[in-house]
Write a protein of this length. Sequence first.
Length: 350
Amino acid sequence: MIETDALIIGAGPVGIFQAFQLGLLEISTHIVDALPYPGGQCVELYADKPIYDIPGVPLCTGRELIAQLLTQVAPFNPVLHLSELVSGLQPQPDGRLLLETSRGTTFLTKTLFIAAGVGAFQARMPNVEGLPAHLGKQLHLTLPEGPAWVDRHVLVLGDNDSALGAAVALASQAQKPASVTLMHRRNVFVAEPATIAAFQALVHAGRIRFVAGQPSGLEESDGRITATNYLDAEGTSQALPVDELLVLLGLSPKLGPVAHWGLEMERRQLTVNTESFATDVPGIFAVGDINTYPGKKKLILCGFHETVLAAFGAAAIVFPQKKVLLQYTTTSTRLHTLLGVNSFGDSGKP
């Protein structure tokens, strides 16, 4: 069991900045996110698209914003738990909160911050009976590193950059799979032009097979997938031998278990008071797009503002006997020490 002052659900921009604001108040944090990397919507939906409304930053991409936020929070060493979905919540008699993740990680925390945005991003899966049982065995949601699938028949599902890029990578590596097949319902893709061109060149060269179809079922033997059944463009059922199945159909946000924790909600958003952005359950705060209140605006900069007040609300719980004063990073030697800088800045020069 991991005991902590604060647990943050969501490693998007607001979740990361929440860890920074808590760090300034000397509150240690752990962050859990369902994605295998930090960034949330910024990385998943607009990683390389421009953002123009971050104060003091005329232009940055989603990916660049997350990189800067991670650099900013680094002095406080928040512990990231990625590819984990928080599943259970149990308030404890002493006021702390017991939480468990999909990987069995257990947290006992004094405060909980829900910064889940529009929900936890989870992989889209084809509607094929029995398929989830093979997750982590023959069913994969990410491309393994190195030649892990040498002499294996690999089927990639998807039409995006990740899917086409994975097929290209598999077909181009020195030690190749026995076959690489990409399946999509039609020969139209949503990937970048360069990725599509690389993919089509390998299809024409016979190193990747493209199949227009939709998965409809599995053929199994001794608990292992031997083939994937699919409907072709004419609606005829076909079978394709498969050793490894790589599903890259994109991600979709789902509110998930949070919806069943008994927190007060309005239109699938958590209601909060705007003094501390606390929910109706003591010790639980909600910041960013997951919350709602009169006048709410779903902007990153509004989420940043919410994290400041939420951090001070948490400080009263974490340090009940301590009067927490507002300090300024410009002048506070205490904050300079926490941030690892001296009173003149990084260079030591006035």
